[in-house]
Design a protein around this ligand. Sequence first.
Ligand code: CU
Length: 450
Amino acid sequence: MFGQNAYFFALVLSFILIFSSFNYPFLNVPVSAQTPGTHISQEQYDKIKNCTTELSKKPTPVEYLTYFNCGHVSKDESGRTIRQFTLIVEENQKIPVTYEGHILDAWTFNGTIPGPTIRVTEGDLVRIRVINSNENSNPHSLHTHSIHYAKNDGVSMGGYPGGAISPGRSFTYEFVAQPYGVYPYHCHVDPIADHINRGLYGMMIIDPLEPRPQMTEMVMLLNGYDLDLDLEGPTKIPPAALFQTTEDFNMTEGMTDNETSTEANMTEGKTEGMTDNETSTEANMTEGMTDNETSTEANMTLVSSDMTSADEQDDSGDDESSDDDSGDRVNDIYTVNGKAFDYMMNPIVLQTGKPYRIYLVNMLEFDLVNSFHLHGAMFNYYTAGTDETADYNTDIVTLSQGDRGIMEFTYAYPGTYMFHAHQTEFTDLGWMGLFDVRGNAVEPTLHDTT
Ligand SMILES: [Cu+2]
């Protein structure tokens, strides 16, 4: 019996290896041994980066703040780091996007909006397998910003298979991560505005070989939702009594969250029957991924009957046929990291005198610009995160869709400070959060202009 199992295992393994090797001839990338920096190992660097050990986790919007998925790591024969990710596209998802019961009829990467933050190091060989679930009705793709071959660009223009992955199929995008910076990723299938508004986007961070100055890091992705509901957006700012301060914010732990879901295994049906010419051996980033609705159950109870019926009655307005003129589309809700007012309900605890870094990406659809305004402090801003030197020191940055950068700042004085869009409408409809700054007052850190 054992012998038969071993034979079967060996057979499967050899098939996997054979299929994996098919990836290499198409890669056409220069192969050279690259290790992070000269003073630090890949393992040490991943620790500094706060890479999650729970690759299959579906972070809540609050957890998303510090959720860095650095993929399944392996090395090729030259010593190059290979990072492998799997993104599963699922339609028919119900994602709560406010504390008032607004539910987005969503399409997701791995069950969350935004999708997981992909974090790699410059020079890494990155493989992202995108699976378009059997149950879906539309083709999808993955378009990452940064440098790569056209066949890995995730657009259908050149007729590349990765430009439109049919339901039940998958495609593995491969590229060498370069240059360092912060990037959006998103589906690029038409109508793009709808695929984005539905939730198919996330952030990718490519870290420099030499680590940036060490500081506590956060991710903030700005977005919005056109729900096509009669009742548009949160109608009021939640009462102060509802505020809950998170536990002390730090790099390795800290976010208390009642919504943490219990992971159940991904249903077999989602991968069974997949015709995939590029099947790779990567362990699945989402193995153990829950059915999306598990994590949303708690919030689903917040849906009032009025809201549900409005959703049903106005369902036709969310059809793609209504998307021909994107000028008609209006965002009802604006958020940072997916849920309106989440960091107002759960203020982020910071310490005076301590430096913080935010990776910032704007994926807002339908509105031309978005912005980030920090109260009570100034930040150094690195456009696209592609340079070691800050471009300017400010308290507002304005971003068009896809724009991004890195903010670094230190609070001098304790207290509660807002951060929000400097467009009042966006703020009122959900894009607002709070920093709960603790500790003694310190001398303000002024931008060094020399
Ligand atoms: Cu799509």
